[in-house]
Design a protein around this ligand. Sequence first.
Ligand code: URA
Length: 455
Amino acid sequence: MLFKDIIIAKRDGKTLSPKEISVFVDGLANGDLPAEQIASLAMAILLRGMSADETGLLTRAMAASGTMIDWAGVNLSGPTVDKHSTGGVGDKVSFILAPVLAACGAFVPMISGRGLGHTGGTLDKASAIPGYDPFPGLDVFKRVVRETGAAIIGQTSDLAPADRRLYAIRDVTGTVESIPLITASILSKKIAAGNQGLVMDVKVGSGAFMAGLADAKALALSIIGAAQAAGLPVTALVTDMNEVLGETAGNALEIAESVDYLRGDRREPRLHEVNLALAAEMLVISGLAASATEGREKAERALSSGAAAECFGRMVAALGGPGDFLERSQDYLPGAPVRVPVPARESGFVTAMNGRAIGGAIIGLKGGRAALDDVLDLSTGFSGIRPIGSAVEAGAPLAFVHAADDSAASRAIAEYQAAVTIGGEASAPGPTAPNPPAPNPVVHPRLDRTDFASQ
Ligand code: URA
């Protein structure tokens, strides 16, 4: 079978056979397929789509393309559970949720990815912690999960290697925003990691891959369907990504905000709401809470008692980071030489934010990749981000840019200003509105397999 014929079949809108899907996945995993053919098929899938059966087959084949972790012999005293975000800007939730769940008795073996398109990657953020080894090998990964309750690592070459190759190529070929490809990418890693439950955080809005609620819901249902076919219990929340989540966007800056959050120094309300909602779902799906209300209470206790912060500190140290990272993160994280305000061009209220453009500005600062092998500057990005609904005076800071030099800072300022809309009136408050109010609910209703079945 010529691989070109598989590309042509999908280009012409045909359904790929199990054999064709397995040829694709084998070629991805063993490196035989050249990047141009992979990119062509990815583009054909993006344009033509895949049926639920094709997506399920692709997912399972990608999961089985490498090692499938079995936790049975590791003697964990609780369930394994994970959450995964479909990607956003300023989304540092993993660094908070994993230790919260660990503090509540779950085990979180989290395989994360690097930045994709305009979105930031958990793996890149973790790399900002000096000494932290995001590729520790399977034995160390298992030991750290057992001893500290959580380990956030990167996708090693033996875990879902087919996704690893496809992910990197999609990132630079405009083929990210495909529901079947996102579904297979996310779930293959989660299935290979041996999770017993998964909660999906499906982002919707200007900073997400799915800009509209209908597409986000379709993605959530695609993931639920494919997970169900693979026997992985899953629920999904659709959460707002019409603005940066939290006060920072950029690798080291987001780690600093996560540490502050865990220590209780600052908890941006939208970030807090998303965290608690996801933590509650994870505790329910793993059987550690009888209801979302009980799950929320447990998560809040894990935060207020300091137990979650302690778990984070132990995880960082166990993966090679500083033993006192929690206490002295600012001494360890890389700082950018230039830090200047982004002045508002006029007075009024922040009424909208183009998350994708802000993600693009971070790529311009070298905080994200424009090409496959780009080396990141982990110190760059934005802090002090004023949320939608904020009243601003002309010339007052909308945010602060962290850049390598003055010219990069000037470009980022212009891009940030263009990405933010200032209007005469504040938007209407939403149900989970922080003060000042956000225009949209942060968390939409949850979706589970009954929603999938009713489609
Ligand atoms: N996260 C992933 O792991 N894969 C995608 O395709 C998108 C988000």
